[in-house]
Ligand binder design. Structure first.
Ligand code: BES
Ligand code: MN
Ligand code: MN
Length: 461
């Protein structure tokens, strides 16, 4: 029945997602505020049509949170579904092969059945919409085995600050047995996996000031410190010759992963040559003594995300700039604390600043890392669901990305999260030509009801 309903409604499920993707719900840019609200209203309407109750668009200081639920029996377990309907800015537009907000379905070598190209197709509108459609299918065919609560936010890509406030203020409303999130990925369409770890994040902006104004680089060059030269040197010193981060105390709290666990992790299929070929790089780089997968999951990292200052227009302008700037992200591993790391960074950066310039460090949003156990009913239910839908047992994998609200669910609601994502790394989330496979979208819609069923059964026993 359930399967038939999904099959029969394939076109409808796809077309609704395409409509959803036309909404330009970019949370970072105030210009799109009304569009983000439109995204919330779209969800409100679709949740209503699917049969959800107590639907509410909760206003915040930023973008709204959409809440809805369906309580069929207070004695039954409750799944709390979280997702985000905001997206990253689509810039640079000129690198897209089609309009980021006018979705098109195209075949690719990795997605022979077609993929939807649009900003948010995979991260996270496509993946969160799978939950709305899976819920509709379960309810309309009398197959909803437990209670469900939906919480969809419009600020994940800018740090979820208001969601944190909402969660802290609504612990009773959000009472559940597990959190279910589809905002991560699988290894490949024929290699299912479940994300069991996320990294934390500390994000700072630095400003280096030299002379009080831009100067003629001939008249002053050589005699006055150039803030761009100095900033470059300071940034270069943040890694040592072994590729490790060179900030005193940075590794103090890093959780050491056992040899056995590392051996287990190394079993996940990964081809370094394919990886290099895909990125068109001759070699990988990183911390000595760790594999590429380890470097991007169980080890912290530090990267400049943007750097600017001085003259960057056409031609040449001979100028010794007054200021230089950079945005720097540090990905953290479980047990590191983002505030502590931000402080360590700030102190260190001030300490290494020569007296010829001034330094200002401004912290942005942050969040903590998380590891998800593989021996509780939520994980077992997800594993069994994937075994049924993919016909293969999923591999537990730690990811390098961050979803700061996940550790908050544990801290504030005492709930573990299942990261049942269906995206691929090659879906290029956050980049031009982001896409999401039709196979993945429908595999998600097929797998989610299996999770509900397995989880309810496991909880009953
Ligand atoms: N969905 C991603 C995170 C992700 C993607 C985790 C793939 C694991 C696998 C999320 O929307 C995201 O982009 N998070 C941000 C952090 C946020 C604070 C801006 C990130 O990781 O950069
Ligand atoms: Mn996301
Ligand atoms: Mn994202």
């Amino acid at each position: 029945m359930l399967k038939k309903y999904i099959e029969k409604n394939q076109d409808k499920f796809l077309n609704e997602l395409l409509d959803f993707l036309k909404i330009q719900s970019v949370s970072a840019d105030p210009k799109f505020k009304d569009e983000v609200l439109k995204g919330a209203k779209f969800l409100e309407e679709k949740l209503q049509a699917a049969g959800a109750e107590n639907i509410c668009i909760h206003e915040t200081k930023g973008h709204p949170i959409v809440y809805a639920d369906k309580i069929i029996d207070k004695e039954l377990p409750t799944v709390l579904v979280y997702g985000h309907y905001d997206v990253q800015p689509a810039d640079p537009y000129e690198l897209w092969d089609s309009d980021p907000f006018d979705p098109v379905v195209k075949k690719t070598p990795i997605h022979p059945h077609g993929a939807i190209f649009a900003r948010g197709a995979c991260d996270d509108k496509g993946q969160m919409y799978m939950h709305v459609k899976a819920f509709e299918a379960m309810l309309k065919t009398n197959n909803l085995p437990c209670n469900v609560k939906f919480m969809f936010e419009g600020e994940e890509e800018v740090g979820s600050a208001n969601l944190e406030t909402f969660v802290r203020a609504n612990t009773e409303l959000l009472k559940a047995d597990v959190v279910l999130v589809s905002d991560t990925g699988i290894i490949a369409n024929d290699t299912p996996s479940i994300c069991v770890g996320l990294r934390g994040l500390s994000y700072v902006e630095v400003e280096v000031t030299g002379p009080n104004r831009d100067l003629h680089s001939g008249l002053y060059g050589g005699g006055v410190a150039n803030p761009i030269n100095i900033l470059s040197k300071m940034i270069a010193s943040l890694h040592d010759e072994n590729g490790a981060i060179n900030i005193p105390g940075f590794y103090n709290d890093v959780q050491v992963v056992s040899k056995e666990e590392r051996k287990e992790m190394a079993k996940a299929p990964f081809d370094i040559h394919d990886y290099q070929k895909d990125l068109e790089i001759e070699d990988v780089a990183g911390e000595n003594g760790f594999s590429t997968n380890e470097r991007t999951s169980i080890r912290p990292s530090l990267d400049v995300n943007g750097i600017w200052g001085g003259y960057i227009g056409d031609g040449a302008k001979t100028v010794l700039p007054s200021k230089a700037y950079a945005k720097i992200s540090m990905r953290l591993v479980p047990n590191q604390n983002s505030e502590t790391i931000t402080k360590l960074f700030t102190n260190h950066f001030n300490k290494i600043a020569p007296s010829c310039i001034k330094v200002k460090v401004t912290p942005h949003h942050g969040g903590e890392g998380v590891v998800i156990p593989t021996d509780f009913p939520g994980y077992m239910a997800a594993k069994k669901a994937m075994e049924t839908s993919f016909g293969k047992s999923p591999i537990p994998v730690r990811s390098g990305g961050s979803i700061p609200i996940v550790p908050m669910f544990e801290e504030v609601l005492g709930l573990k999260t299942i990261l049942l994502g269906f995206g691929l790394d090659s879906d290029v989330i956050h980049s031009p030509n982001e896409h999401f496979g039709l196979f993945n979208y429908f595999k998600g819609i097929e797998t989610i009801p299996l999770f509900y069923k397995n989880f309810t059964e496991l909880k009953k026993n």
